[in-house]
Design a protein. Structure first.
Length: 209
């Protein structure tokens, strides 16, 4: 897939939803995945049932409040969002995953929140950040890695939570170390390699003068 195809199929839908992609600008050292956090790591969040009146509007307001109070946005309203590689949408990636196949793991992309945006509506519906409008599915990270925000859909509603300093969480680090060392032909090799590379870089920084 070329750059123009990705701009047309991925970046333009994001822009129409109020997220301007800033290519090749992810800070060094960002942890590739945040997995295995516990209740003690969560510092905020919200839940909304699907039958909530004006669901998308309420979800957008809740998300922005959490993004501001948790520190997800920097002074330029920039942050990171995980996007599927290529042009496969979040919905297609979920279908492939449930069929038992391996998909290419998502990668961090730097974005800027524009003045007019619709994260829980247009972004969730057409910009790789959910299944459809009102059913978001995304992972976001502050540029300095201080906050991780995750949205998922359940049987009765939407759940969004924020994790403070995931790179310091013993739960997260323990889980990433387990994945990196997991020896199975069914494990996603690219996920393991990316986690192992990040852990090795973190270890080198810890022992450097």
């Amino acid at each position: 897939m070329g750059v123009r195809e990705r701009e047309r199929k991925v970046y333009r839908p994001l822009w129409r939803a109020g997220l301007q992609v800033i290519p090749n600008a992810v800070p060094d050292g960002v942890m590739p995945f945040v997995l295995g956090y516990g209740a003690e790591d969560v510092v905020g969040g919200f839940s909304r049932r699907y039958d909530t009146p004006r669901l998308v509007e309420r979800l957008n307001a809740d998300w922005y409040d959490l993004a501001v109070t948790s520190g997800l946005l920097d002074h330029r309203r920039e942050f990171l969002v995980q996007l599927p590689q290529g042009t496969r949408s979040h919905r297609a990636a979920l279908r492939h995953q449930h069929s038992g196949g391996h998909t290419a793991p998502a990668v961090w992309t730097r974005v800027r929140l524009l003045e007019r945006w619709d994260i829980m509506g247009r972004a969730a519906g057409s910009a790789f950040l959910g299944i459809h409008s009102g059913h978001p599915g995304f992972a976001m990270m502050a540029l300095d890695s201080s906050v991780y925000v995750h949205a998922s859909t359940g049987e009765i509603g939407v759940d969004v939570l924020a994790v403070r300093h995931p790179e310091r969480s013993e739960n997260v680090l323990r889980h990433l170390e387990w994945i990196a060392g997991y020896d199975s032909p069914y494990a996603n090799r690219e996920v393991k390699e990316r986690i192992a590379t990040w852990l090795a870089g973190r270890a080198r920084c810890a022992v450097s003068p």
